[in-house]
Design a protein around this ligand. Structure first.
Ligand code: NDP
Ligand code: 8X3
Length: 254
């Protein structure tokens, strides 16, 4: 992977920041993006001894901003080898009839449209060079339902199916597409989902050994470092402390 150029969305925390550290250690050149500039600056400080870093404050919901970010990359960062579509979030855990509709809009705009925009603007260069790898971060929530998962799970199902459909469109090219579906992982994810409520957030992981950002970064490293003819399509990863439950059955007939 030495010398490859990696474009990461949502690099300011969690999986994105852990992946930035992993790619820097592999000798890659990094474009790090997220809305919050301070954590990006810190990461740049931390990694610039080992790696060339270009940071861009970017909201993936803003189509023109995504276009501008990709178009105005400095020459040394222009030829993106790996796009890590990682930026995303869940907001709330309320049942569908009680949710805040703005939360649903934000999840759709970030998790679906953000992935669409980044992919659409980066992909033409990959196809023209006949090389590249798009790695999309979906979720177990995109495959398996749970109460309150409603639109978050729906957005991640989009990411999974979009990834497969991209592979169909890219047949005949050497551009690879991988969808990673992590389960419960301790990052800033639950703090964001519960809107800053640290107690609720830490309760999600209480008594468990959840996945960490580094575990998913290692998964990303593995899929990206496969020989160029090997495409890992979909990869589901869970903590040993998480598995499926039985069907829920209502026993209080009205
Ligand atoms: P974090 O909250 O730690 O990281 C989310 C990242 O996304 C942050 O860097 C955040 O940066 C960025 N982000 C959010 N909204 C936007 C936006 N509009 N524009 C640009 N960047 C944005 O959580 P994770 O690392 O856990 O999440 C990374 C991905 O993994 C997400 O897609 C999430 O859905 C998925 N995932 C998480 C799991 C978990 O249990 N943690 C499990 C399965 C999947 P900033 O706020 O600075 O913009
Ligand atoms: C994050 C995992 O189970 O909280 O995508 O939805 S879960």
């Amino acid at each position: 992977m030495n010398g490859k150029t990696i474009f990461i969305t949502g690099a300011s925390s969690g999986f994105g920041a852990a992946s930035a550290r992993m790619f820097a250690a592999e000798g890659c050149r990094l474009v790090l993006t997220a809305r919050r500039i301070d954590p990006l600056l810190k990461l740049q400080d931390e990694l610039s001894g080992t790696s060339e870093i270009h940071i861009i404050p970017l909201d993936v919901r803003d189509r023109e901003a995504v276009h501008g970010a990709v178009e105005s990359l400095p020459d040394r960062f222009r030829n993106i080898d790996v796009l890590l579509n990682n930026a995303g979030l869940a907001l709330g855990l309320e049942p569908a009839h009680q949710v805040d509709l703005d939360d649903w809009d934000t999840m759709v705009d970030t998790n679906i449209k953000g992935v669409m925009y980044c992919t659409r603007f980066v992909l033409p260069g990959m196809v023209a060079r006949n090389s590249g790898h798009i790695v999309n971060i979906s979720s177990t929530a995109g495959a398996w339902p749970y109460p309150g998962g409603n639109v978050y799970g729906g957005t991640k199902a989009f990411v999974t199916q979009f990834s497969r459909n991209l592979r169909c469109d890219l047949l005949g090219t050497k551009v690879r597409v991988t969808c990673i579906q992590p389960g419960m992982a301790e990052t800033e994810f639950s703090k964001v989902r519960f809107k800053g409520d640290e107690n609720k957030a830490s309760g999600v992981y209480q008594g468990t050994q959840p996945l960490r950002g580094e575990d998913i970064a290692e998964t990303v490293r593995w899929v990206v470092s496969q020989p160029s003819h090997v495409n890992v399509n979909t990869l589901e990863v869970m903590s040993i402390d998480q598995t499926w439950g039985p069907f829920a059955i209502n026993r209080e007939q009205k």
